[in-house]
Design a protein around this ligand. Sequence first.
Ligand code: GLN
Length: 478
Amino acid sequence: MAKVYTTLTEIQHDLKSEKTTVEELVKSYLLNIKQYAHLNAFNEVFEQEALQQAKVLDKRLKTGAAGRLAGMVIGIKDNICYKGHQVTASSKILNNFTSIFSSTVVERLLAEDAIIIGRCNCDEFAMGGANENSYFGPVKNHADETRVPGGSSGGSAVAVQAGMCHAAIGTDTGGSIRQPASFCGVVGLKPTYGRVSRHGIIAYASSFDQPGPLTRSVEDAALLLEIMAGPDAYDSTASQTAVPAYSQQLQAVNGKKRIAYLQEVFDSEGLDTEVKDALLKTIEDLKADGHTVEPASFEYLDYVVPTYYILTMAEASSNLARYDGVHYGYRSPNAVDLVTTYKRSRSEGFGTEVKRRIMLGTFVLSAGYYDAYYAKAQKVRRLIKQRTDEILQQYDFILTPTAPEPAFKIGRQDIDPIVTYLEDIFTVQASLAGVPAISIPVTNNKAGLPLGLQLITKAFGEAGLLSFATYFANLRKS
Ligand code: GLN
């Protein structure tokens, strides 16, 4: 069995001492991809291309001129454009669509010699929290194949969990990196809104979407963020704020921190007892280490999910108007004129959840309902952001569970989509506030399912977040 690496540093160490080669690494991932094909984590594997690039990189490593990500083999969520490669957002409407340019994140990763091994399954247009809304079928959790991996970046999380690649890139609108990371026992980071360019990311809700890493270590998350982040002429919402050398600042947890947990979390319906216990135990461990850990009140907890869904559905209804059967991908063979091209291509091309959201989004934006729903939700978003920022003025971090429960059974969401929406209760606060948050695996429950906890910090506070997360990830081990 091939060695399982936790960090790129270890990989690069073995490459340097010639204990392995990039080609060998790629081959071992490809083997796992074949062995675990039934988990359905990939929509497409770039097998020959990855092997080819590995050979080139092995040669380059001998001359010492390789980039900082040499040896980093990644999967990208199938809503991230990569020139000359198909991209579908796991939707029939984009079936067989080939990207004519690369996203900024892909360009930056490739420029540092990362190898992209394939595109990972996800919920259709990143809408979902269980990876069950994919045109290409559900993804299974490697810890228990009867359970979901979380979503929407479920394929990305399982690809890392099952050793099909070293790391993966996902996108997070309301928890789509953090929640699957928690369900699959990996690290998942949602950066500050605007920290990473959205250029070439298929839009779901543009005022929320952020790409970010899913990794086996905080160290790798830091390095990947450092390479992906920063201003971009192609995305005016990408911040001009300078990018710190995150990966060089991980040992810097100096002094004791002030951490808030939210009182309302404990009253929240549907909080699993083992998740609650993991949170309580961590609070005790942090206190024992000398940190100040205190309850803070967040009276808006019951409002975060409705606010998030009203706003994201509204944005989605606008963003998805472009799929018209003319510009991209699928066109209905039953269309006879322009109007039937639009109607039939969209009716046949989109899945149930996407249609539900387009319709609800259109409704909340319609004349007569705009003020009652959309405008009101914008106001509530502002309140949520203000209160979150206020707490983060008083505390370094907010600590919450990432999800109220561990990975649930495949098929459950068919019963009631609202139940799935409520799964997002702890992740959408940071999304509404635009602040960074990370999910860190802390333990497994009695059934062996991974549980993650979330740390939230102030906007552009990733350096402090990542260095504390490095310490936090080892808290239970020490
Ligand atoms: N589960 C949330 C939703 O369905 C989050 C999705 C995401 O972050 N892309 O919208």
